[in-house]
Each structure stands twice: as C-alpha cells, then as structure tokens.
Design a binder for this molecule. Structure first.
Ligand code: GAR
Length: 199
C-alpha cells in the first residue's frame, strides 16, 4: 500500500514545545502525517535537540549563510522540494518566511501566534512582546491563533483560535504560560482540521 502520509517540515527557533505537542498528537491521534524535517535558524535549540533525539533530520538554515536574501530563499525552497515536503508548520519560528517559500507553498504553511489575531499581530509582535501588549491594553481575554501564512505578517486565513482569560494579577510570563498550554491542544486540532480539509 502506498504511503499516503503528508510529509511535514517544522520551522522552529526556540524550545519547541509546540513541535513536541504536534509530534506526539500525530502519533496518539494516528493522523496521516509525519515530520521529516526540523529546520531552524539556530543550530542549537530545544526544538533541534528534540528532533535529533527522534532521529529526525535537522537543517540549520540562516540568511547569514548566504550572500543575499534571494539565495537564502532559493536554498530553502530547494531543501523543501528535495525532501518532498507537503506542509510547513511554523512553531515558534522567529523569522519571516521568505516570499519565494510562501509562494511555493501557498495554503500549505501554518503558523501559531500567541494572541487572538487580527489583534496583537504584525511586525515586532512575537513571544513575550505579545503578552506585554495584551496586558498593557487591559484585555480580559487572550488566546492563540493558528493561521495560514501569506505574504503579509500574521494576516493569512484563520484556521482555529483558542481563548484563555487574562487575570488582573497576570505578568506577561504568567499569561504566556497559560496561552502556551492552550497552544499545545489548539495546534494539533488545527493540523487535524487542515488535513481533513485537504483530503
Ligand atoms: C509560542 O508561544 C508561539 O506561539 C510563539 O512562540 C512560542 C514558541 O514556543 N510564536 C510567536 O510568537 C511567532 N510570532 P515553543 O518553541 O515552546 O513552541
């Protein structure tokens, strides 16, 4: 029987807790997908360590390795095509995905953002900055958004959102932890939905 599993690449820059949640959810839910590549702008990070532990291929790719952004983008597209990647999952990837890659994988790149888009998105809105802005704005609710990636920062089609309360006593770090916990079920749910839709 042919292997009909979708081939996934994960792009990470940090601890990789979303990547791990996705990895285990795929196994537990028997989703028709498998991670075959972990790509990072940082050779040493939690996500790359986890991938190595699982025997998964890792690829350190950074614009600093190339003479121009076009060369970097072309190398990324080639690396993905060579490995027959079907979907890219951004999981704490703190770089903008080059436009050539977005074009090559239209409607095939998912991102998780730690707020309720379209609010608290865009340039500079990543990691702890997002939670600081949410608290400073006096919001009583925050959450996470899984969306498709297009050429505009955090503006692609929303696939799924999860909500958490913001408490008066929250620091950005406490809120970040609550949102992250929500992300760990939201991202697998969203992946499952996309795989169903694209069947
Ligand atoms: C997550 O909260 C994710 O939503 C956020 O970084 C964290 C990564 O954690 N991503 C962004 O801010 C991207 N704009 P992880 O490495 O433990 O998955």
């Amino acid at each position: 029987m042919p292997n009909t599993k979708k081939r996934l690449a994960v792009f990470c820059s940090g601890s990789g807790s979303n990547f791990q949640a996705l990895f285990y959810a795929i196994i537990e839910r028997a989703l028709p997908a498998e991670f075959v590549l972990c790509l990072s702008n940082r050779p040493e990070c939690g996500a790359m360590d986890f991938a190595r532990e699982q025997g998964m291929e890792t690829l350190h790719l950074s614009d600093k390795q190339f003479g121009s952004l076009d060369e970097f983008a072309a190398a990324m597209v080639t690396a993905l095509k060579e490995r027959h990647i079907d979907y890219i999952l951004l999981a704490g990837y703190m770089r903008k995905v080059p436009e050539a890659v977005v074009r090559a994988y239209a409607d095939r790149i998912l991102n998780i953002h730690p707020a309720l888009l379209p609010q608290f998105g865009g340039e500079g809105m990543y990691g702890i900055n997002v939670h600081t802005a949410v608290i400073e704005a006096g919001e009583t609710e925050s959450g996470a958004t899984v969306h498709m990636v297009n050429e505009e920062y955090d503006k692609g089609r929303i696939v799924m959102q999860g909500r958490v309360p913001v408490l008066k006593s929250d620091t950005p770090e406490i809120l970040a932890a609550r949102v992250l916990e929500c992300e760990h079920t939201l991202y697998p749910d969203a992946l499952e939905k996309v795989l169903d839709e694209h069947q």
